[in-house]
Design a binder for this molecule. Structure first.
Ligand SMILES: [Zn+2]
Length: 154
């Protein structure tokens, strides 16, 4: 997404619309049906800088790290904020800034919320507490085991 600083009026500029995901070189890995990113930006020019604040949001499916089934996911960035210096009124390219914020907002391992009975609302699969071990829990267990081992060695 490129912005022409000369087109930002004194009172600022509001922009909204959607951006094609393919322009943002995002890791498609665990997602499905992710085609656009909606944006709502306010641009204010002050001297040699443009301040861009606003929101980014997107809806798509992501693979549940627990069931390995796709589940709906909504990505919301409510505090997009960037200050870009203007050089010779050249176009400002927001693409890398938007890309970075989106990558940071993507979950490392998305997981469905199980209901009280341990049932996944998307796959319908029921998980007993012992099935619910996820990577973080296993990792924690390993850390404690390693610590214990250290203790006995010393
Ligand atoms: Zn699930």
């Amino acid at each position: 997404m490129k912005i022409d600083p000369r087109q930002i009026p004194e009172e600022g500029l509001s922009l909204s619309g959607s951006l094609p995901v393919t322009d943002y070189d995002l890791p498609p890995g665990e997602t499905q049906g992710w085609d656009k990113i909606n944006y709502r930006f306010n641009l204010v020019r002050t001297g040699k800088e443009v301040t861009i604040t606003g929101t980014l949001d997107s809806e798509f499916k992501i693979t549940c790290a627990r069931c390995l089934d796709p589940m709906p996911w909504s990505l919301n960035i409510n505090d997009f904020c960037q200050v870009c210096p203007i050089q010779d009124d050249a176009l400002l390219d927001l693409t890398p800034l938007i890309r970075e914020d989106i990558i940071l907002a993507l979950p490392l391992a998305a997981r469905c919320e199980l209901d009280g009975a341990g049932r996944c609302p998307y796959s319908g699969r029921v998980f007993t507490p012992s099935d619910r071990d996820d990577f973080a829990e296993k990792r924690r267990a390993t850390v404690w085991r390693d610590l214990d081992r250290l203790k006995t060695e010393n």
